[in-house]
Design a protein around this ligand. Structure first.
Ligand SMILES: [Zn+2]
Ligand SMILES: [Zn+2]
Ligand SMILES: [Zn+2]
Length: 278
């Protein structure tokens, strides 16, 4: 099975709308530095399936990346997506779902897997409630920490501390020949989460900010900065990729000392289009 990184930016992408910070200017000049909203696909060409974790506002572009890898799935409706797993209700992780509704491709009966809290949110809020009535989407609740067999892989969700204004937040472990963990958003590391990372082969984790100083005048940045995360995790035990980069992140500067430091310590930096076999 192949994991395909569809978007390695924080919810709003890089460049961010109307921002003239050095990273955004750089991405506007050279498309190689563009990073789309946070999402991954996991797919198998021979077995003809492709699942997404989260649907970013950039899904229109991301679907083209998917089609290059897998033009058709066995349960094809309108697009080559077999099902969708959601982490939480923040903008960058769900807003792309709107593209599947009546005003756009009006997809029929695509299964959305999520926590029961998230499912209550989707049932009670437009546009998702409307899309459920029209059967664009079919909900399938997942119990937290329960290992589900799907196709030829296993998937387990786990609870994540992250500001939960609308519903809760989960991360996922996908298991086939190897175990891969996806954790794009969290507020802080707990012992249990650190243990989870240590128990998988590959982890894609929250790299929103390099350091707390990155957003002047804001002490309330709720993400653990990369600088601190590197002190908690061991990249010799697990192959660790940072992802979900905010547009201000110093790591996005290819020549910066921050990027060099991360790589020297043995951590990796996710990039759109990256493929990982598990
Ligand atoms: Zn996010
Ligand atoms: Zn910017
Ligand atoms: Zn979030």
């Amino acid at each position: 099975m192949q994991i395909l990184i569809l978007g390695s930016a924080q919810d709003a992408g890089v460049p961010q709308i109307s921002c003239d910070c050095p990273n955004c200017l750089c991405a506007r000049k050279d498309p190689k530095f563009v990073r789309l909203g946070p999402s991954i696909a996991f797919l198998d060409k021979e077995k003809q399936y492709c699942y997404l974790i989260d649907v970013s506002p950039d899904i229109k572009h991301q679907i083209e990346l998917i089609k290059k890898e897998i033009p058709k799935v066995k349960t094809q409706k309108t697009i080559p997506i077999s099902g969708i797993f959601l982490t939480h209700a923040h903008f960058g992780h769900v807003s792309g779902l709107w593209m599947f509704g009546k005003e756009c491709i009006d997809i029929q009966e695509i299964t959305v897997y999520c926590s029961s809290n998230m499912s209550v949110f989707l049932r009670n809020n437009h546009p998702f409630s409307h899309m459920l009535q029209r059967k664009n989407l079919i909900l399938s609740d997942m119990k937290i920490n329960h290992k589900y067999p799907i196709e030829d892989f296993w998937i387990t969700s786990f609870q994540v501390p992250h500001r939960d204004e609308y519903a809760d937040t989960v991360g996922y472990v996908i298991e086939r020949n190897k175990k891969l963990l996806y954790l794009p958003d969290l507020d802080y590391w707990t012992d249990d989460l650190i243990k989870l990372v240590e128990n998988v082969d590959i982890a894609l984790i929250d790299g929103s900010f390099y350091s707390k100083d990155e957003l002047p005048g804001r002490d309330d940045v709720p993400h653990p900065p990369i600088k601190e995360t590197m002190e908690l995790l061991d990249p010799t035990k697990t192959e660790i990729y940072f992802t979900h980069f905010n547009h201000t992140n110093l790591v996005l500067n290819e020549k910066g000392k921050e990027r060099k430091e991360i790589l020297e310590k043995g951590f990796k930096i996710a990039v759109d289009g990256l493929r990982i076999n598990i």
